[in-house]
Every structure is written in structure tokens, then in C-alpha cells.
Design a protein around this ligand. Structure first.
Ligand SMILES: NC(=O)C1=CN([C@@H]2O[C@H](COP(=O)(O)OP(=O)(O)OC[C@H]3O[C@@H](n4cnc5c(N)ncnc54)[C@H](OP(=O)(O)O)[C@@H]3O)[C@@H](O)[C@H]2O)C=CC1
Ligand SMILES: CC(=O)N[C@@H](CCC(=O)OP(=O)(O)O)C(=O)O
Length: 350
């Protein structure tokens, strides 16, 4: 059994880790932290977990105790993993960070987007970006420190990677029009997350200046082998979970002759035997509710009016494939298990 610690257990990604790990045959959660709820029983705070963690209480973060775990997940705000990761790695404990602390390779770029100096630049060179469908599994297996991708970056990169890798589309003028549920904003009380503010309404936010922009372009440029030009517009929608990304790209002149079957085949081959990507039939419209609670990214391809424009639809559950499920997928690879062990439950319909 893998002995697991979780820092930041009272947030939405923390409780989602607990929900998923409760069904994992090789996982034992031995420690979970919260400063404000230290001493509270996990099952008292989250009744959905009753019977699964009878002896687990939230405790104050303590690096010495965390260092007795095989792996520690950070489900904390940005900057927290910076302050504890090195000490944990020194004890031999591996770290899987759900925050953005180690996602950008450049410490100055991170400081610019996150508004604070990078707290552990010396660890950046060894951090592995944990998007298992696009990263060499051997790198994840050997990693001591995993940076779990953000939710929007997961859906956008998985939707675009095959076409960019193949070089079939223009690398500039890419548009990612993305919609998120409100749980993406976390559990901490915020005016914009109130039912009366977010319900029965939809709005764009951080247009052209969202902190996921550099993360997405870093990943897309890696797969394209050159810089990409991206317009990314996130929207808040009145649902609890889910991300729906509508991606617009243009075929290059050399590839205009490609037909629907060839383009679909490109994706089929790229995601062959990848259990956490589900490619739907050409022209389908995936629904966020179909991946609710599951670790799947569901993708479908369209070519309206048979022009040079392709539309790719990519949906995930922000808390699962966009955070905690993907974190466990990485843990599975790190500890030599099947990558989807404990993660095969289908989505919740309706
Ligand atoms: N929500 C989502 O859809 C996604 C979130 N993420 C990222 O995952 C991380 C967690 O997100 P989410 O669960 O929504 O966050 P929440 O705000 O809901 O929860 C944060 C947790 O971190 C703990 N915490 C806060 N400050 C500290 C600190 N200084 N030291 C130790 N623990 C601390 C809190 O407990 P306490 O203060 O009691 O210690 C709480 O348990 C964030 O970085 C987020 O950006 C990534 C992808 C998707
Ligand atoms: C709806 C909403 O507010 N979503 C969050 C993104 C989700 C998130 O937590 O971002 P990280 O993965 O980088 O941590 C936002 O736009 O800031």
C-alpha cells in the first residue's frame, strides 16, 4: 500500500482526492492537513466519506510527519508547496502538487503571472509536468516532484495536441473559448461564487490575462516544436463541476485536402490505448455532465462548412481530470500501477 499525505484537505480538490482514494486498492491516506479545522474528523466535515476514513482527523501541517509518507499531495493555494517541497524531498517522500507552483519552467515568468517571487526556483528543473497523455511515462515514473496541470490547460492541450504535433494547422490564431463550473474557483468564500452572483448568468473573465495562458502556450509550443499564438477566453458558467473548451484552429494550405476520416484517424491513433481520453465519433457534442466525477477527457471534432476551420470540443471534470484524478493518475505511474487504477468509474448522468 502507498502511504499518502494530503496538505490542504478541506478544499474541493482535497476532498475529491479523498473520494477517489477511498476506492483505490493500493492507497492508504494516513495524514491530512488543515490549519483552520485541525482536530475535526474528516467524516464529520464530509459526510459523503462516512465509513471510509473512520480514524482520520485533520491535523496541522508537520513536515516531519509528512516525511513518513511515500507521497504527499499538495491541494493548497499557490506558494504553499514552494515552502515545503524541498524538505519533503530530502526525507525521500515524493511530491504531487496540484497547484501551479511548478508548472511554468521559468521562475521569472511565474513571478510575473502569480504576483509573488517564485519560492523554490532550484526545484524547477526536476519538476515533471504531469499530463500523462503528452509526457513520457518514464519521466513520470522516475519523478520525485510532479506539477499537476491546471484544469483549463488539461482540456485545451489534450484537444489540440494531435493536430499541432502533426503540423497540420497554423500555430498562430488558435482560439480557446472555455467555460468552467464554479468549483474551479475553490471553496474559499468569494463574492463571485455566491449562488445569486453566479447562478442564471454567464460571463467571461480575465480575457487575455488569465494565468493559465502561459501554461497552455508552454505546453502547446512543446508539442508544436515552435511558439504558438493563442487567444484564451475563460468563462464562468452556472454549474458546479465541468470544463467545456471549444477550440478553433485553421488547417494549413498543405493540409486542406485532409478529409474528416483522416483527421479523426489522427486523433484515434494519438490517443490509442490511453484510458483517460475518450474520442467521440466525428461531429458529436460531448457534455460536461457525461464526465462529471470521472477521470475522462472527452473529445469530438467538427469541420463546419468543410472550410479550413476545425472546431474541437473537449470536456473534463475540473476536479477530476482537471485536478485530483489526474494527480492520482500520476501517482499510479510513479508507483508502477496501471495508470487508471481506481479511476475507472464512469461519469454521473444526469
Ligand atoms: N478547484 C479546481 O477546480 C482546481 C484547483 N486547482 C488548484 O488546486 C489547489 C487547491 O484548490 P482548491 O481545493 O480549489 O482550494 P481551496 O481554496 O478550496 O482549498 C485550499 C486548502 O489549502 C489549505 N491551505 C490554505 N493555505 C495553506 C497554507 N498556507 N498552508 C497549508 N495549507 C493551506 C486550506 O486549509 P487551511 O487553510 O485550513 O489549512 C484548504 O484545505 C489550488 O492551487 C488550485 O488553484 C487545480 C485545478 C483545478
Ligand atoms: C472558475 C475559476 O475561477 N477557475 C479558476 C481556475 C481553476 C484553478 O484552480 O486554477 P489552477 O489549476 O491554476 O490552480 C480561475 O480561473 O482562476
Amino acid at each position: 500500500m502507498v502511504k499518502i499525505g494530503i496538505v490542504g484537505g478541506t478544499g474541493y480538490t482535497g476532498v475529491e482526492l479523498l473520494r477517489l482514494l477511498a476506492q483505490h486498492p493500493q492507497a492508504e491516506v494516513v495524514l491530512i492537513t488543515s490549519r483552520s479545522d485541525a482536530g475535526t474528523r474528516v467524516e464529520d466535515m464530509y459526510p459523503n466519506l462516512r465509513g471510509h476514513y473512520p480514524d482520520l482527523l485533520f491535523s496541522e501541517p508537520n513536515v516531519e510527519r509528512m516525511g513518513q509518507c511515500d507521497v504527499v499531495f499538495f491541494a493548497t493555494p499557490h506558494g504553499v508547496a514552494h515552502s515545503m517541497a524541498q524538505a519533503l524531498l530530502d526525507t525521500g517522500t515524493r511530491v504531487i502538487d496540484l497547484s501551479a507552483d511548478f508548472r511554468l519552467r521559468d521562475a521569472d515568468e511565474w513571478a510575473e503571472w502569480y504576483g509573488q517571487p517564485h519560492g523554490a526556483p532550484e526545484l524547477l528543473s526536476e519538476a515533471v509536468y504531469g499530463l500523462p497523455e503528452l509526457v513520457d511515462h518514464q519521466r513520470i515514473q522516475q519523478a520525485r516532484l510532479i506539477a499537476v496541470p491546471g484544469c483549463y490547460p488539461t482540456s485545451v492541450q489534450l484537444g489540440l495536441a494531435p493536430l499541432l504535433e502533426a503540423g497540420w494547422i497554423h500555430t498562430d490564431g488558435i482560439i480557446a473559448d472555455c467555460k468552467s463550473g464554479v468549483s474551479g474557483a475553490g471553496r474559499t468564500a468569494k463574492l463571485g461564487s455566491l449562488l445569486c452572483e453566479a447562478g442564471e448568468s454567464m460571463k467571461a473573465y480575465s480575457v487575455g490575462c488569465h494565468r493559465h495562458h502561459p501554461e497552455i502556450t508552454q505546453g502547446l509550443s512543446d508539442v508544436a516544436g515552435q511558439a504558438v499564438g493563442l487567444t484564451f477566453v475563460p468563462h464562468l458558467t452556472p454549474m458546479i463541476r465541468g470544463i467545456h473548451s471549444t477550440l478553433y484552429v485553421r488547417l494549413t494550405a498543405d493540409n486542406l485536402k485532409r478529409n474528416d476520416v483522416e483527421i479523426q484517424q489522427l486523433y484515434t491513433a494519438r490517443y490509442d490505448k490511453m484510458p483517460c481520453v475518450d474520442l467521440m465519433p466525428w461531429g458529436a457534442c460531448p457534455e460536461t455532465r457525461s464526465v462529471r466525477g470521472s477521470n475522462l477527457c472527452r473529445i469530438a471534432l467538427h469541420r463546419p462548412q468543410n472550410s479550413d476551420l476545425l472546431v474541437i470540443l473537449s470536456v473534463i471534470d475540473n476536479l477530476v481530470k482537471g485536478a485530483s484524478g489526474q494527480a492520482i493518475q500520476n501517482m499510479n505511474l510513479m508507483f508502477g500501477f496501471d495508470e487508471s487504477l481506481g479511476l475507472t468509474a464512469p461519469g454521473l448522468m444526469p
